[in-house]
Design a protein around this ligand. Sequence first.
Ligand code: ZN
Length: 333
Amino acid sequence: MAVSYKELGLVNTKEMFAKAVKGGYAIPAFNFNTMEQMQAIVMAAVETKSPVIMQVSKGARNYANATILRYMAQGAVEYAKELGCPNPQIVLHLDHGDSFELCKDCIDMGFSSVMIDGSSLPYEDNIALTKKVVDYAHQHDVTVEAELGVLAGVEDEVASEVSHYTKPEEVIDFATRTGCDSLAISIGTSHGAYKFKPEQCTRDPKTGKLVPPPLAFDVLHEIEKKLPGFPIVLHGSSSVPQDEVDTFNAYCGKLPDAVGIPEEQLREASKSAVCKINIDSDSRLAMTAAIRKYLAENPSHFDPRQYLKPARENMKKMYIHKIVNVLGSNDKL
Ligand SMILES: [Zn+2]
């Protein structure tokens, strides 16, 4: 039986994005698959008084089960209230929806926002598919994110060898004809923990660490000029923090030369029309680095709560850092 997100206490992105664009900050969009990730996201959002987007990919739905995720989102709203936030602003969002049927299924199961990713299709086919999803979603007051341009990298089922920057000359036509509520663009961010190949980077002579190429802010500013005030989304925006990579590698992990998007650049993007920034890899890394460390230091422990607790703490710390120091969405409730 169909359920509306409104019955679950969730909100769509409309008002949230309008405020973020005006206020010069961005809403965090954190992916989740497990209860510990969900708890850490809610604790961080409540503690910082931040609106938050909890997003699930098709892979997360396959992993955790679609029904369970819907009740977890409902649980997130109630948990936020229990933690002392009377009016939490929580969005349940489908990340990288790849068909009308998947988007419809999510909308019917209580999602308040969906992404339809037709970015790999020819331009006219992307428009037709996006418009079909928008028509259905808007009947249910659900907001829709679309994508123009291709990001490099690997994220669950989404993979591309090369990136193609969004063409600013296409955005007015695309947004007008599809009626989408926000637009994910490609300006050099990338999916996964290996966002750039070493040959794309330079090496810091002092630390020997890889320095990635800068984001294409000229493309972003072109797009902003074409669509003033229109909500823009950045995917693949984990920073792959060096201290987490170091912990991970110190306890038998193997992530040499992993490289993300520098936080200063994301901070700068947050002040523009970019109002949603997707972070997934950093959460995976924070969780797994903490688990590796705990298990190595406590080889006799086998109760999952013992290692999942520090993992949850580490994710919460990372989420709070992003909200306060990178996106600036704190104290907005
Ligand atoms: Zn993505």
